[in-house]
Design a protein around this ligand. Structure first.
Ligand code: MN
Length: 315
């Protein structure tokens, strides 16, 4: 979102984005989004969306057949997109791709000097980088409050695209970082998080010296799972597995590894989840799995076993 704001601000300053609209999409919904672009647009900029292996073939063929817009730019930091650079050039995309930092880093390097207000938009670069965890803002950093408010406001309802678009518009058109609406949503989110943290402490299903399993399958945690798991991992210095439900058929297991423990939980999940009819992955210390609800308990039992075994191995 911050990268998009910087790009739009630069295009506007150059007299080019007189009318613009935002679409929010995921790698697995990109094909749908591309099919429903506004008619007559003369420029398309795709920002921070991975062209992932699973969907690349389909998406590339849609792009192949697409008639407009005349100008197309892909700004991204995902290595799967970079591996398709030639395919994208063949489809007449201009490319701004780098694995260094996040989309806000790239947008800042390319467009900040064209926005006409480097002071304001450099704040957005920092907030975007901190939001994407490629940079840390210290507790007393002047942007820390805005970062937390925006993060919490979005977390309160992550799929509220209209709110997210309003935020980006506000950054571009009013150059305000946080407004009352965002502050109100953030407060709501913090309250909800407090309640969920309390509930999570009451639903610890297993705990050993290295691992803690929290079962929130009877609670609505959507948007908060990562925060809850990270909180427990950091506070107790244990690997945390948090179970919650998505729909009736699937259980998500969100895993967080504290900085004090050296463990690649993502590869354990990648190995194990398919054996239970699921899948998953992520980063070494922050990963998640989705498994059929009926196999969730067996999956978690085995995952705990493997985590404890790999932590007991002499290094
Ligand atoms: Mn990103």
């Amino acid at each position: 979102m911050t990268a998009a704001a910087i790009i739009v601000a630069a295009l506007k300053a150059a007299g080019r984005a007189t009318a613009w609209t935002l679409r929010f999409t995921q790698p697995f919904t990109l094909q749908e989004t591309l099919r429903r672009l506004p008619e007559g647009a003369d420029m398309l900029v795709i920002v921070d969306v991975a062209l992932d292996e699973e969907h690349a073939g389909h998406i590339l063929s849609i792009l192949e057949e697409m008639e407009g817009p005349a100008e197309k730019l892909w700004v991204d930091h995902h290595s799967s997109t970079i591996r398709h650079a030639l395919d994208l050039l063949d489809r007449r995309f201009s490319l701004l791709l780098s694995v260094d930092g996040c989309a806000a880093t790239i947008a800042g390097k390319a467009f900040l000097h064209l926005t006409g207000d480097e002071q304001f938009y450099s704040k957005l670069v920092l907030i975007g980088e901190a939001g994407d965890k490629v940079r840390e803002l210290s507790g007393n950093h002047p942007l820390r409050q805005a970062l937390e408010t925006l993060g919490n406001a979005i977390a309160a309802n992550p799929t509220d695209d209209a709110f997210k678009e309003r935020l980006v518009r506000m950054w571009v058109e009013e150059k305000i970082l946080v407004d009352d609406e965002a502050a109100r949503r953030a407060e709501e989110a913090e309250e909800k998080l407090r309640a969920l943290l309390k509930e999570s402490s009451e639903n610890v299903r297993y705990e050993s010296s290295h691992v803690k399993v929290i079962d929130l399958r009877d609670t609505r945690v959507h948007g908060y799972a990562g925060k809850i798991a990270s909180h427990h991992a950091k506070t107790y210095g244990k690997v945390v597995l948090l179970l919650f439900r998505v729909g009736t058929n699937n259980t998500i297991v969100t895993a967080r590894v504290p900085p004090s423990i050296d463990l690649d939980v993502a590869s354990l999940i990648r190995e194990l989840a398919p054996l239970y009819g699921g899948g998953g992955g992520g980063h070494p210390k922050a990963a998640s799995a989705r498994v059929p609800a009926m196999h969730a308990d067996d999956f978690v039992r085995e995952l705990v076993k493997r985590i404890e075994a790999s932590l007991q191995k002499p290094s």
